[in-house]
Design a binder for this molecule. Sequence first.
Ligand code: HEC
Length: 233
Amino acid sequence: MTARLPRRPASAKATAARRSFGEGGSFSRGGRVLGVLALASVVALSGCARGCTSSRPPIHLNPSMDNQPKVLPQTASTFFYDGASMRQPVPGTVPIGGLKEDTAFFTGKGADGQFVATIPVTVNEALLERGRQRYAIYCQPCHDARGDGKGILFQRGNVPTASFHQEKIQKYPDGQIFDVITNGTGLMSGYRWPIPPADRWAIIAYVRELERKRLASATGAAKAPADNPAGTK
Ligand code: HEC
């Protein structure tokens, strides 16, 4: 920067002017040297701000958007009265595709708050087949293929697992079994998340089918061939 460009032979007028500013000229030269040194040190410093290991926090010449005054999900906030950074949805907000007005279908309870007596969807072969598959995945390990509760927990740990063929469960309204699958009961955990409501009803249809076949085979042994133990279906 201090290097002077080679000049063409200057005019006498310009040479005289330079001479008369001799003092000032040497002062400004010193200032320029200082400037270069300052710039060089800044460059050296900023060169080390990135890529160099240091135990000190990095120098932010341009903080840009590294630190933003924003709220993160699930964090506390001193701004709102309730101390939470996240806001509740406006009352009455409905998520897309999530309006659950059919309480019987989604909770197993009617408008009166009582368990619905029967499955609130049409029971057909397709539903039973779906239920058989879901039962095999989610219930069979513990309740066994026939619903006697002689699954792995009982075999290995002697854990009392409910049989579906006891009178108590036979008499449960369908909505109550829906509630057991959804929320669990006693030693059994809920299956709200892995099993969507439609599949819960399918499973219940299949459990009822297991019970019906067991009752039929108990009352009419002659019909045995048609009453293969459920689960071998
Ligand atoms: C991990 C093992 C396990 C799985 C899987 C399981 N259960 Fe259970 N279930 C149990 C046990 C243990 C009990 C007994 C709970 C108790 O009385 O403490 C039980 C009890 C029940 C009862 C009787 C509840 C009552 O009120 O007495 C029903 C009905 C039932 N299960 C249905 C199901 C259905 C339907 C599935 C499949 C979606 C299922 N269970 C999956 C272990 C399981």
